[in-house]
Design a protein around this ligand. Structure first.
Ligand SMILES: Nc1nc2c(c(=O)[nH]1)N[C@H]1C(S)=C(S)[C@@H](COP(=O)(O)OP(=O)(O)OC[C@H]3O[C@@H](n4cnc5c(N)ncnc54)[C@H](O)[C@@H]3O)O[C@H]1N2
Ligand code: MOO
Length: 395
């Protein structure tokens, strides 16, 4: 008996519907890097707050051109010249300094000649009133929305918040992600191996795959294929997300789902029209979203890329969690696709994308050589070399 496979887009929507954004906290700007704004960030000041010089030179009244002028003072950043300037007067000025009252234009020093206090035009001069001046509010005005709720706090946006008058920002508490590997064959990486044992690698991969996202990883280590052990471990989980790998399929040792259910989990869906990654399951256990990834390393990688990363972003308050695909030119023919959306390990070489010859979901060297996944919709017809195909670039 087989359950129908859930389309990838439907699985994605159903998974995100299980997640609630984490609580809001205020953190210092430097601690907000890479997180998502929990509210609109509004400018508390106008930038620049006054007309500023964009160049080193002389602040003048444009109507006084072509001069000459008497230099009556100096304006530097942080040291404005506050006295009003009259006809025929100029002020020495530097980049970023406030324009003295009465002036409206900056003449660059390369076009000026000084003789004591006297200043003469020595070139074409500023072509129009306001030349080389950054007017008040050029960048933004007090009350403007600088960052929308849900936008990622990139370095440029953090700097924008700083110049907008903010010292801290509202963000969501990072998701706590518990990761458990399951399987009697698994031993920690680097261990001496007895026959039948395998170095555990999914845990390392998953933690690294989400390392650039705001989240705290709780490593539950390797759990044996024993219902009692699994239930003990799952029952004690205090996290926003519980990720398991392995034991997700239909074999006699695939005990993850029954153990989760014994701990009160509600499995929302299981088995997706996805290759690799078909046996992924998702549900909730108390306040925890449970994501049961397949054990095959490539399947775990693909499902974590498509589902775990967006889930962490959704809990973190992101307004856009969709993995970004692009297009590439196919380097060789591909046969028709079957009923599952296929994510083929591939590499871009000299402008064309080449799928690995063998797409077995256990092959980690193939995965490590890939720099993208070719995305093929269910029943995609045969594709020819030179065709445009959708790809998901890998970090
Ligand atoms: N009769 C069927 N058999 C299988 C089906 C099916 O529909 N019917 N689905 C296949 C597909 S597709 C996948 S994917 C796998 C997934 O199975 P499990 O999630 O139960 O994974 P395991 O059996 O536990 O392990 C699979 C494979 O991966 C290795 N593994 C597991 N965990 C790790 C880890 N943490 N680090 C490294 N390697 C790991 C494990 O040793 C196995 O070799 O099921 C198919 N079978
Ligand atoms: O879906 Mo499995 O992940 O095809 O190998």
């Amino acid at each position: 008996m087989t359950t129908p496979l859930l389309p990838v887009a439907e699985a994605y929507a159903r998974l995100l519907a299980l997640a609630a954004p984490a609580a809001i906290e205020r953190v210092a700007l430097q601690d907000a890097a890479g997180r998502w704004a929990a509210e609109d960030i509004i400018a508390r000041r106008t930038q620049p707050e006054t007309d500023l010089s964009a160049m080193d030179g002389y602040a003048i009244r444009h109507a006084d051109l072509p001069g000459p002028w008497r230099v009556v003072g100096e304006s530097a950043a942080g040291h404005p010249h506050d006295t009003k300037i009259e006809t025929g007067q100029a002020v020495r000025i530097f980049t970023g300094a406030a324009l003295p009252p009465g002036t409206d234009t900056v003449m660059v020093q390369e076009e000026a000649r000084r003789d004591g206090d006297m200043l003469y035009l020595d070139g074409e001069g500023p072509g129009h009133r306001g030349r080389n001046v950054r007017p008040r509010g050029l960048d933004f005005s007090q009350g403007d929305r600088l960052i929308a709720a849900g936008e990622r706090l990139s370095p440029a946006r953090l700097a924008l918040a700083a110049v907008g008058g903010h010292g801290d920002l509202p963000v969501r508490r990072p998701a706590r992600v518990a990761i458990a590997a399951t399987g009697d064959e698994l031993v920690p990486p680097g261990s001496e191996l007895r026959p039948g044992q395998l170095p555990e690698s999914n845990g390392t991969m998953l933690a690294a795959l989400i390392a650039d996202l705001p989240c705290d990883v709780i490593d539950l280590g390797i759990l044996p294929d024993s219902s009692a052990d699994l239930e003990r471990a799952f029952g004690g989980v205090d996290a926003d997300i519980l990720v398991t790998t392995g034991g997700a399929s239909v074999g006699d040792h695939d005990l993850v789902r029954p153990a989760l259910e014994a701990c009160g989990a509600n499995i929302d869906f299981w088995r997706i029209a996805l290759r690799p990654g078909k046996p992924m399951m998702a549900g909730t256990m108390r306040d925890t979203v449970v994501l049961g990834l397949p054990g095959n390393p490539v399947s775990a990688f693909v499902t974590a890329t498509l589902f775990l990363r967006p889930l962490i972003a959704a809990i973190g308050g992101a307004n856009d969690t969709t993995p970004r695909t692009t297009v590439a030119t196919l380097g060789e023919d591909l046969p028709a696709n079957g009923e599952r959306t296929d994510y083929m390990r591939a590499a871009r070489i000299d402008g064309a994308v080449h799928a690995a010859a063998i797409q077995d979901s256990s092959m980690q060297r193939t995965l490590a050589r890939a720099d993208c996944l070719i995305v093929r919709a269910p029943h995609d017809p045969p594709r020819a070399k030179g065709d445009s195909v959708e790809i998901l670039p890998l970090a």
